[in-house]
Design a protein around this ligand. Sequence first.
Ligand SMILES: [Zn+2]
Length: 131
Amino acid sequence: MSGSGYVLGVLGKKQHDAIAERVARNDAAFREANERIRDAARSMELDDDLLIPFICECADVECTEIVKLSGEEYEAVRTDPTRFLNARNHEMSARGWARVVDEFDRYTIVEKVEDAAEVAAELDPRQEEPA
Ligand SMILES: [Zn+2]
């Protein structure tokens, strides 16, 4: 088939961006759920050392892994809009759109890269509207 190489090339690029978008959106949805968990923990005035069950924020839509972090540890992840908490080894599901920045016994902190980072920052509920 003539011309299919060109079409594939274009689709390939598009698909790449779509994966980045999906990775970031999925993670952002879990992040919103975790923000509510964090708020609930705060309103119950739980000790900041107490481990709170958060949802893994990896790119796998099927993932339901629970990751336990203290309020303080969670806040440390949240200081950067492109950073997400993942269960150990779950960064693989981002298929190259995230890199590990820190690893702990209970969880991993990953940072979104390029397109995925942009989408993640846009969707951060804590980000102010750009002036
Ligand atoms: Zn996961």
